[in-house]
Write a protein that binds this ligand. Structure first.
Ligand SMILES: [Mn+2]
Length: 307
């Protein structure tokens, strides 16, 4: 089978149809597309339970449940009529070679961005966001990060490839502007001087959605925004299928409303990561991720005006 960037695909985890039953398009760089979906089957940087390499396939599989609705509720348009969305399948890289993975992902992202496409990526573990940020910062300059997660991932003590350290490295590399970046749903230990505005899970669950959104808007300002969503931001009751679940998280309702309310921001790149289907129950984690991903596309589509 032909795949993204390779003549022959020996991957054991790739899927044969795209998100929302879209056909797979293995030459996305020249495709007529506004947004390109890439599956990133990398979980070598996981500290706990591995398995998020199977996330993209699970998200695509369960997204068939979302494909039948013309206008996704409660929107009044069909996002597929406003945006040209292409799913280019899964990134191919040398198994076991984290550096090769980083290089291939960054190169893929840079090629897409140079071709004026924008990216929605499915992890993989959260480390995948770092090469994506490098490519996006090269193109857009320093960005604001809007980061949904149970963990800040700002730890300084990990290896070069560690899914808990990306947001320690990203500001140090000049990829994101901490003064305009926000972490939402945090409920594990972190250094309070990590530089981010942290909206912990307790306040995100207790305050009104509108109140939180107003603050996120104010923090990000006018900068281009990269949106990254670790599915473990959700409570394990809504998303058990992930490597490092933490109780006390967001409901799927609250997460959807928060993502939906981000539509005024200038979001230039988006990902959803850490879905690990082996720990899932009845596909609920994959369904949550697929639905949040679709919502991310709707908040881009709503900017395009009428059909
Ligand atoms: Mn996390």
């Amino acid at each position: 089978m032909n795949t993204l960037g390779h003549n022959y695909d020996n991957s054991l985890v790739s899927n044969n149809f795209g998100f929302l039953r879209l056909p797979l398009e293995f030459n996305p760089y020249h495709a007529d597309a506004d947004w390109v979906i890439t599956g990133i089957t990398f979980d070598m940087a996981t500290s706990g339970r591995a398995g998020s390499r199977h996330g993209p396939a699970a998200i695509r599989q369960v997204s068939t449940n979302l494909a039948w609705e013309g206008c996704r509720w409660p929107w009044d348009f069909d996002v597929r009529k406003r945006l040209k969305i292409v799913d280019c399948g899964d990134l191919v890289y040398e198994f076991g070679d984290a550096q090769d993975f980083c290089d291939k992902l960054q190169n893929h992202a840079e090629r897409l961005l140079e071709a004026r496409k924008r990216m929605l990526s499915f992890g993989g573990d959260h480390f995948v966001t770092l090469p994506l940020l490098r490519a996006h910062a090269k193109h857009f300059g320093k960005m604001a990060l809007v980061h949904f997660d149970a963990h800040t991932d700002t730890y300084a003590n990990g290896s070069k490839f560690d899914h808990g350290t990306m947001f320690y490295h990203a500001p140090n590399e000049g990829l994101i502007d901490l003064a305009h970046s926000v972490q939402i749903g945090i409920r594990t230990e972190y250094e309070s001087d990590n530089g981010f505005s942290v909206l912990d899970a307790e306040q995100v669950n207790d305050r009104s959605v509108d109140d939180i959104l107003a603050q996120v808007n104010q923090i990000t300002g006018d900068l281009p925004v990269y949106l990254t969503f670790d599915i473990d931001c959700l409570d394990p009751s809504a998303a058990p299928g992930t490597g490092t679940p933490v109780i006390g998280g967001l409901t799927s309702d609250r997460a959807l409303k928060l993502v939906r309310g981000l539509h005024p921001l200038n979001i230039v790149g988006m990902d959803i990561v850490e879905v690990a289907p082996a720990y899932d129950q009845a596909q609920i984690t994959a369904l949550a991720a697929a639905t949040l991903a679709l919502e991310m596309l709707y908040i881009q589509g709503v900017k395009r005006g009428d059909d």
